[in-house]
Design a protein around this ligand. Structure first.
Ligand code: ME8
Length: 672
């Protein structure tokens, strides 16, 4: 019997349409679920919606509809976005579902009967948007105001009769559990945050009911109270599987405990303290892992409807396509630090990774097989000097991607996939099939090269299945015309072996659809924002005077100190200058073509023409800022920056000296 794998997402509030940050979580879990299915596991992927609470009651009132209609609308909208984003969940739970409401009441009753819940009086500070109570000390800000320590918004003083969960009783057991299960909370840094800031200082009993609003699950034996939204929401993970205290459905028996529960960093406290205590009190096993992901920011701002910067996945998909959105958010979200999205960066990444690296590779290979072999995939009969390295890079790439996905480093998995694709592109440059095609004696070599490319693409298609399932299918249909080849993109095991034998006469698609055509940044931005918005001055645009000062070599304002994490965001690598020429109409700029070890030449424009002639630079090793956002200088694309010293002269100008590296350092070497 296949090994089971149970994965859950947080259940988003239905107080508003989910934005791209909430959607990221679904995409990430979907990628993990699809990967685990490729491994052959029996996967159960649960998601749903959190539909109770004051905030929803208020939003419905404002909209002039019942809370039920309100959440029906939002859940409908959310499900539509999940469907656009190809989220392959196995079950969708709504906290307003009858079976869930009944099970939550049973959970509450059991905990009350066994003395883990007691009635008391609550006096504290309440944050409506976060549905959280805070104590005096927690809510008091430095300037004497009372604010929510999570979101920073004002809180209201509130005093009422309420039920409490005896968290304090479980403090020691919880600490011991976390100690004995080092993988329970991940990433490690977040675990430390939780343990040191919330658990070690002592957990206080938690208020778990409200009597000032009605949109919630009523306490069965005290109907003036509704069950506070977190007990209701957290229970979804087991009620969805048919858990109802005295009944434990088949799904529950099979899938619980969860293998991983994925949530955002802001709700880690609820999942690593309250949730384990509820399960301990119920006598049920704890999930194997709680994984807290960082947040997506828009530029460097928090996504919020009130700031007007909310971006929605359905809008993005209408401009870029589902898979590009999936790829972009997954590849841009680091493991620990927050990720940032902007339209400009999206377009640049679309062009470099999806159009240039992936689309081109598939389009070129299929076109060459059509051109040179009438569409029939050739066999490998000889070997070229480049094969061994290609094959070991592809096979190594499969291992690396698996390792990254096993540990939820999804963005790193995307990088590994791109490295495999870049290696395949480099193989085309190395073997030059167009030149081989001109020599009849080299036909075997040409066939071998194209076979190897198809093999690499087949494997890459499996690797990208979790990230871009639609694209993987498209690739499959390009390289396996109407099922003529036995090329199957279905299991991870198939991807581990380079060198499958295809049936005789297996064909690629004769009229392939191009994949990921390059985007023109200006046109795309115009399509998204419209003419008017494009012409309006951007709020962050600095007045002209400041810009001029910058040109006069105003020193950048460096912070007194930065963290090592901040420094590590800058990717510095060694590159060799392969070609160099001056930029038309500019006496300052040089255009350099660099070999950065990736296999794809990198073009960088640098303001060093006054200090160097092009010839003086060719063959030199330089340091490149490799992950700098692409820019256009005098209309020429620049992907990165070369490091140089700028020594201030008495006349205010700068004397520029490029930082050259020793020739023995290999292209692509990381510099720290
Ligand atoms: O917290 N980037 O719902 P929610 C990435 N109902 N993730 C983000 C994000 C961002 N900018 N903003 C929010 C709730 N999230 C509760 C959950 S679970 C029993 C109850 C994540 O709609 C957030 O961290 O506020 C959470 O994991 C999920 O989106 C839903 O957030």
């Amino acid at each position: 019997m296949a090994e089971k794998f149970f994965i859950t997402t947080a259940i988003p509030y239905t107080s508003r349409k989910p934005h791209i940050g909430n959607t990221y979580e679904l995409i990430m879990c979907d990628a993990i679920a699809r990967y685990q299915r490729l491994l052959g596991k029996d996967v159960f992927f649960l998601t749903g919606t959190d539909e109770h609470g004051l905030k929803i009651e208020e939003a419905a009132k404002e909209a002039g509809i019942t809370p039920q209609s309100y959440v029906d609308n939002i859940t409908g909208e959310l499900k539509n976005i999940w469907s656009i984003m190809d989220i392959s969940y196995d079950k969708f739970i709504r906290t307003t579902d009858d079976y869930h409401v009944k099970a939550v009441q049973k959970i509450f009753n059991k905990l009350y009967e066994q003395g883990d819940i007691y009635k008391g009086e609550y006096e504290g500070w309440y944050c409506t948007p976060c549905e959280s109570f805070w104590t005096e000390t927690q809510a008091l800000s430095e300037n004497g105001e009372h604010i929510c320590p999570d979101c920073g918004r004002p809180v209201q003083k509130s005093k009422e009769e309420a039920y409490f969960l005896k968290l304090s009783k479980y403090q020691e057991r919880l600490e011991k559990y976390i100690d004995e299960h080092p993988d329970f909370i991940e990433p490690e840094a977040r675990k430390k945050e939780m343990v040191n800031n919330f658990i070690k200082p002592g957990v206080q009993d938690l208020c778990i009911s409200r009597s000032t609003f009605t949109w919630g699950v009523p306490v069965e034996f005290d109907p003036g109270h509704v069950i506070y939204v977190w007990i209701d929401a957290l229970s979804n993970y087991i009620t969805a599987l048919g858990y109802a205290v005295d009944e434990k459905g088949e799904l529950y028996q099979k899938y619980w405990p969860a293998d991983v529960q994925v949530i955002g960093k802001d709700i880690l406290r609820f999942h690593t303290i309250y949730w384990p205590v509820i399960l301990m009190a119920l006598g049920e096993p704890l999930p194997k892992k709680i994984f807290g992901h960082p947040w997506l920011l828009v530029g460097d701002e928090k996504i919020s409807k009130s700031r007007g910067n909310a971006i929605y996945a359905d809008d993005l998909a209408s401009h870029f396509g589902t898979d590009a959105v999936r790829y972009y958010v997954l590849s841009e979200m680091p493991f620990l630090q927050d990720g940032s999205i902007t339209y400009e960066n999206f377009i640049a990444k679309f062009n470099s990774d999806l159009a240039n690296t992936l689309g081109n590779l598939v389009n070129r290979t299929v076109a060459m097989i059509n051109k040179y072999f009438d569409g029939v995939i050739p066999k490998s009969t000889v070997a070229t000097e480049f094969d061994a390295d290609l094959i070991s890079t592809v096979e190594g790439g499969v291992k690396a991607v698996a390792e990254k996905l096993d540990t939820f480093h999804v963005a790193d998995a995307c990088d590994e996939i791109m490295a495999v694709l870049r290696r395949l592109n480099k193989y085309i440059d190395e073997t030059m099939p167009w030149a081989l095609s001109k020599d009849e004696d080299k036909r075997d070599v040409l066939g071998t090269v194209l076979y190897n490319l198809i093999e690499g693409i087949r494997i890459a298609a499996t690797l990208i299945t979790p990230i871009m399932p639609g694209t993987a299918k498209k690739i499959e249909s390009q390289i396996n015309a109407e099922g003529t080849a036995n090329i199957i993109v279905t299991t991870w095991q198939d991807a581990e072996k380079f060198g499958l034998e295809y049936v005789d006469g297996a064909k690629v698609n004769a009229a392939p659809e191009g994949m990921f055509a390059r985007l023109d940044e200006k046109k795309k931005l115009l399509e998204i924002f419209g003419e008017e918005a494009m012409n309006a001055p951007k709020t962050e645009e600095k007045p002209k005077k400041e810009k001029k000062e910058k040109k006069a070599h105003k020193e950048p304002e460096y912070p007194a100190e930065i963290s090592i994490e901040d420094f590590c965001k800058v990717k510095l690598i060694c590159a060799k200058v392969e070609a160099c020429e001056s930029v038309e109409n500019s006496d300052k700029l040089l255009k350099l073509t660099l070999n950065d070890g990736s296999g794809t030449p990198r073009q960088v424009v640098s303001g060093i023409a006054k200090a160097y002639t092009p010839d003086a630079l060719i063959g030199k090793k330089v340091i490149v800022v490799a992950n700098l956002a692409p820019a256009k200088l005098r209309g020429v694309d620049s992907n990165g920056m070369i490091l140089a010293a700028g020594e201030k002269q008495a006349d205010g100008t700068e004397k520029i000296t490029v930082s050259f590296l020793d020739d023995s350092i290999k292209e692509g070497t990381i510099i720290r």
